[in-house]
Design a protein around this ligand. Structure first.
Ligand SMILES: Nc1ncnc2c1ncn2[C@@H]1O[C@H](COP(=O)(O)OP(=O)(O)OP(=O)(O)O)[C@@H](O)[C@H]1O
Length: 215
C-alpha cells in the first residue's frame, strides 16, 4: 500500500509553511510500499503534526492524504480501525502508554487487538533484546522515559503492518540502546517487507533510508 500526499498543508501552519520550501508540504509525494523514509526538521516545525495527519489523528489540513485507495478524509471508522490493526503501526512521540497498566500489559493489549501476529513469548524475547526485561512487571507510569520508549517500540511490533510510523522514537535512548532498537526495528520491517516513516531533528544513519526528506 502506498501512502500518497497531494498538496497537503496543515491549516494552523499554512502561512508559515508557504514561506519556505519543503520536500513534503504543498507538493505531491508518494511513499511507495516498502520505502524507508526519514523526515528531518528542527523542533517545532511540524513533525508531530505530519505524523498525526498521516495516522489520521487530525485532519485540519488542505490537500489529500491516502493510504492505498483510501482517502483519509472519507474513510469510515471501521475501515480506519481495520487498517490501523493490519497495515499501519506507530510509535508516538508522547508514547501514549497506559500509565496504570504494567509494561507487559501495555504490549499485550496491542498483541491481542487482532489475530495475534506473535505469541506472548515474543514480548519476552524483544524485551530481553532491548534490555527491559526487569521492568515488564512494573507500571508503565513508573518506568523511565527511555524504558517507556522501548515498551512503545515493542508494542508497535506486536501487530502486522505495511508501514511503521515513528516520531523521534530514540530521543531518550543512549547510543547503545538506540543501536539495539534500530536492529530490532530493521529486522521486523524487513521481515514484513514494510516501509517506515521516521521523524527526527537531525541527520542520522540509523537505517538504510531510501528517501531523506526535509520538512
Ligand atoms: N492546532 C494547532 N493550532 C495552532 N498551532 C498548532 C496546532 N498544532 C500544532 N501547532 C503548532 O505547530 C508547530 C509545529 O508543532 P509540532 O508538534 O508538529 O512540531 P515538531 O516538529 O513535532 O516539534 P518537536 O520537534 O518539538 O516535537 C508548533 O509551533 C505548534 O505550536
Amino acid at each position: 500500500m502506498d501512502i500518497v500526499m497531494q498538496q497537503v498543508l496543515p491549516l494552523p501552519l499554512k502561512d508559515k509553511l508557504l514561506k519556505k520550501p519543503s520536500d513534503v508540504w504543498n507538493t505531491s509525494r508518494v511513499f511507495g510500499q516498502g520505502k524507508w523514509i526519514k523526515i528531518k526538521a528542527p523542533s517545532g516545525t511540524g513533525k508531530t503534526t505530519l505524523v498525526h495527519m498521516l495516522y489520521r489523528l487530525r485532519h485540519d489540513y488542505e490537500g489529500r492524504i491516502s493510504w492505498g485507495d483510501h482517502l483519509l478524509t472519507s474513510i469510515t471508522a471501521a475501515g480506519l480501525a481495520s487498517l490501523r490493526q493490519q497495515k499501519i503501526s506507530i510509535v508516538f512521540q508522547d508514547l501514549r502508554l497506559f500509565p496504570h497498566l504494567t509494561a507487559r500489559e501495555n504490549i499485550e493489549l496491542k498483541r491481542v487487538l487482532q489475530t495475534p501476529y506473535y505469541n506472548t513469548e515474543m514480548i519476552d524475547e524483544m524485551a530481553e533484546e532491548l534490555g527491559i526485561t526487569h521492568i515488564l512487571h512494573q507500571r508503565a507510569g513508573l518506568c523511565s522515559y527511555g524504558e517507556q520508549q522501548r515498551v512503545a517500540i515493542i508494542r508497535s511490533l506486536m501487530q502486522p503492518f505495511e508501514w511503521l510510523i515513528m516520531d523521534e522514537p530514540f530521543s531518550h535512548l543512549d547510543r547503545a540502546n538506540t543501536a539495539k532498537a534500530v536492529a530490532l526495528i530493521a529486522r521486523e520491517c524487513s521481515k514484513r517487507k514494510a516501509g517506515m516513516v521516521i521523524t527526527d531533528l537531525d541527520e542520522d544513519q540509523h537505517f538504510a533510508y531510501t528517501d531523506e526528506l526535509t520538512l
